[in-house]
Write a protein that binds this ligand. Structure first.
Ligand code: GLY
Length: 373
């Protein structure tokens, strides 16, 4: 950033854009938040809201420490979003169980447990009998599992609505129905051209998820290499006692909601910008769910959701200022972990933009690892 921006245009109203807009506005910036869709209606609406860093991030990846830090912020993040907005946000820290049906999978769980022990993270390897005691719906074929009590889940749609409402209450102008086509510097300002008119600010945050590389940015030869990875997620109407916690197998995860809905995720497909559910995706997820929890065959089928995860070549987010246009800041490429990483991303983006404080964790996430952007 050349100087502390006062007027910021945030491009993209998914969980990341809403969290960033909210944090900037809360700290006194004048913010416009723009998206073609309603807030949270891109990849965010298809998220199961899992908060499981020890499952999603591998040992040694900078993502792991970043995700663990972000998880630590979640209690306060949800409480503040909810109280500032008046929107209830269902949020549970009931842990996860990762189950194995074969010895090979069990070996991987033991390796994960050893890693967690070396970090001082509570986790427990259990045998099949104990796993079924914890989750009576598990198939008799389960030979063991790994319990991680720190994990949880949050209603991603409600959280995003809460953040958007809270951003509005802090003065943010939320512009829905405005597809951004071009970002360009003009004098000391930045212009954001949408199909409905042009917005002006003295800084821009690009948080457009899978679409971040599609927007024309004047003066930039390269674009950030974000590509869509389609995720299909099923909603089932569960009958009877719910699962107690998020349950993972090799082929799917299951997230139980108090309203009796069970979410089953997720496919990971290179399908370009095609946001349709497919028969194959639905069948694969149903089979995977029923293999681990056979009672799922009795569930009602409530529908499928589809989202395009914003993936990067190294599976790490892109967070930091452009070197070509210093008033352009990237907050994108959160791939499978946008919900989990939202609190820390918002905090570090606001620290960098408003206070010039660059957290050391951002070194691995710099946009310049992908060239002159
Ligand atoms: N974080 C889970 C998924 O992307 O499917």
């Amino acid at each position: 950033m050349t100087s502390r921006p006062t007027d910021v245009v945030v491009v993209g109203a998914g969980i990341i854009g809403c969290a960033v807009a909210c944090e900037l506005a809360r700290r006194g910036a004048s913010v416009q938040l723009v998206d073609e869709r309603q807030a949270g209606m891109g990849a965010t609406q298809a998220s199961a809201g899992m908060l499981a860093p020890y499952k999603e991030a591998s040992a040694g990846s900078p993502l792991l420490d970043f995700a663990v830090r972000s998880l630590d912020l979640f209690d306060d993040f949800v409480t503040r979003a909810s109280s500032d907005s008046g929107v209830a946000v269902p949020y549970r820290r009931t842990g996860t169980i990762d189950v194995a049906l074969q010895e090979g999978a069990m070996g991987k769980l033991r390796a994960t447990a050893a890693l967690l022990a070396s970090r001082g993270v509570a986790a427990e390897i259990v045998d099949g009998h104990t796993a079924r005691g914890e989750e009576p719906h598990l198939t008799a074929d389960v030979i063991g599992g790994l319990l991680i009590p720190a994990h949880g889940f949050v209603a991603a749609g409600d959280l995003t609505r809460a953040l958007a409402t809270s951003a509005r209450r802090h003065g943010t102008q939320v512009i829905e129905g405005g597809r951004v086509v071009r970002i360009a510097p003009a004098g000391g300002d930045m212009l954001v051209a949408t199909e409905r008119g042009t917005l002006t600010g003295n800084a821009v945050v690009l948080a457009a998820g899978s679409w971040s590389g599609q927007i024309d940015i004047a003066g930039l030869v390269a674009r950030v290499p974000v590509r869509p990875v389609r995720g299909q997620l099923l909603r089932l109407g569960w009958n009877g006692a719910a699962l107690r916690r998020v349950t993972w197998s090799d082929r799917c995860y299951l997230v139980p909601w108090d309203d009796g809905t069970l979410l089953v995720g997720a496919t990971a497909e290179d399908a370009g910008f095609d946001e349709r559910a497919t028969a194959a995706g639905v069948r694969d997820l149903l089979e995977a769910a029923c293999d681990v929890v056979p009672h799922a065959w009795a569930a009602g089928f409530l529908g499928a959701r589809v989202g395009l995860r914003p993936a990067t070549p190294d599976d790490l987010p892109i967070i930091g200022a452009s070197h070509v246009l210093p008033n352009l800041f990237y907050a994108t490429g959160h791939y499978r972990s946008g919900i989990l990483l939202a609190p820390l991303t918002a905090q570090l983006v606001a620290d960098a933009m408003l206070d010039g404080r660059i957290d050391p964790a951002l070194a691995a996430l710099r946009p310049q690892r992908f060239g002159d952007v």
